[in-house]
Unconditional design. Structure first.
Length: 131
């Protein structure tokens, strides 16, 4: 689906519906790639989407998670630091949301990705996120 929307978006760049659909498809694809233990592909998908719209917190989070799960902690940490004051909800910052996503991934059975290790490192670096 992402390739189809990419083609349509390139053919008609003035059509905002195509870009919106492309972003939705990229988000679904990136999440699937992460769950399917393809963190490098998650990184590529997120980077592509962020080129289209660098303000999208969802893709910044997906990129950070992809980097974490491909053992690029320092790069992921940099994204979290750059967005540490970004509010993604009424009472939640960006690092808090990423930490919550890690917990949910672990709870859903993705233990092979060692989410606990990342949660502990993030809790050390971002103590408010661990509360």
């Amino acid at each position: 689906a992402a390739d189809t929307w990419r083609t349509l978006s390139q053919a008609a760049p003035a059509n905002p519906e195509y870009k919106a659909r492309l972003m939705q498809a990229c988000l679904a694809l990136g999440a699937f790639q992460l769950i399917d233990q393809q963190p490098q592909e998650t990184v590529k998908t997120s980077q592509f989407a962020l080129k289209l719209d660098p303000t999208q917190a969802e893709f910044k989070a997906l990129l950070a998670l992809g980097l974490l799960f491909s053992d690029q902690y320092d790069k992921a940490r940099g994204i979290l630091l750059d967005n540490r004051n970004l509010k993604v909800g009424p009472r939640q910052t960006f690092p808090e949301a990423v930490l919550e996503d890690l917990r949910r991934l672990r709870e859903k059975g993705l233990t092979q990705l060692d989410a606990v290790k990342f949660e502990q490192r993030l809790a050390t670096d971002f103590p408010k996120a661990a509360e």
